[in-house]
Design a protein around this ligand. Sequence first.
Ligand SMILES: C[S@@+](CC[C@H](N)C(=O)[O-])C[C@H]1O[C@@H](n2cnc3c(N)ncnc32)[C@H](O)[C@@H]1O
Length: 362
Amino acid sequence: MIQWTEAGLRRSAPWRSVLGAPPPARVVVADDRTKADTAYKLACEGTALLWQGDFHNARQLLTAMGRRCRPAAPGSGFHRHRQAQSQRARTLGMLLIPYDADHVVPLRRAPRRTRGVRGGARPARAARGGPAARAARPDRRPRVAGQGRARARARRPHPPPHHGVFSPIRGEYVDLVAEAPLPADRLAFDVGTGTGVLAAVLARRGVRRVVATDLDERAVACAAENVARLGLAERVEVVRTDLFPPGRAPLVVCNPPWLPAKPVSPLDHAVYDPGGRMLRGFLDGLAEHLEPEGEGWLVLSDLAEHLGLRSRAELLEAFERAGLRVAGRLDVPPRHSRSRDPGDPLHAARAAEVTSLWRLTR
Ligand SMILES: C[S@@+](CC[C@H](N)C(=O)[O-])C[C@H]1O[C@@H](n2cnc3c(N)ncnc32)[C@H](O)[C@@H]1O
């Protein structure tokens, strides 16, 4: 539960944090009169602000609070950068918006529906690390959700993510999967499907049956919904399982989380792979899930190498240990704006980053 005082009355709300954040101990009401400096100071001190003003003003306030968060100094390294990021997420996650049982945000100029677990007001903060909560006004049973920058990310024609599911905002790796020569069009596995984007690309390329897996049930629901919406449900089966579905396929695709580091929120599991567990699991199990002439496509950026978190030699050794041979590699440089921003704390690594599709055979 979270509790706050509004117009002299004590109110409370059941807390449901989609991203596993604990409920804030102190909550105050904030509205269009709340100044960014005040909001930022309260948030830094751990006081959550329950927004009662105009929805768009909340977004502006969040942007203004974000400008006050100090980024890690350029060149200060990956761990400092993550610390700064997680501090920023904690601070911005202190701005809460209410939403009711029908996922309607009862605020002026709010989007009509939040679309359930998607956090459909596109509350990026909730999706990236901030809290989401259900609130209780006995009359309307509203909820409260961490609010964030609502940015139209999807310039590319890819399926939208559900709340908390890895969003394929970087299109270059999707293009690699769209362009690599298909070894066969009968069957493919997409391991760790997320939104289902790569499964959908393969199906649209003519692969007649794709079995897509994910361990995260939100990802499974999201992928299933997306493939149905794209009219691909007859070709793409989405199953919840650890890594591979049973059997073998002539093509097995996997885009594991790229950085071997500890996740701190549920969404982080799609970005950070502690100890490279998923990467190792995929490589170690690939040979026994590939048909004799089959190919495994591993999509991986070398950002971890530039950050000193993994070496190229370690990756090549992992291929060898798993009995895999590199049949080819397609590379693509980053297109996202951060790779060109010298002020980004990880600029050197981001500017040098290359994303590869490794074609692996038994
Ligand atoms: C980097 S995301 C890639 C998502 C999607 N394939 C794409 O390219 O946009 C990695 C995905 O792997 C999933 N995942 C992590 N560990 C897994 C496992 N052991 N088995 C299946 N999926 C897993 C995560 O839930 C996440 O959706």
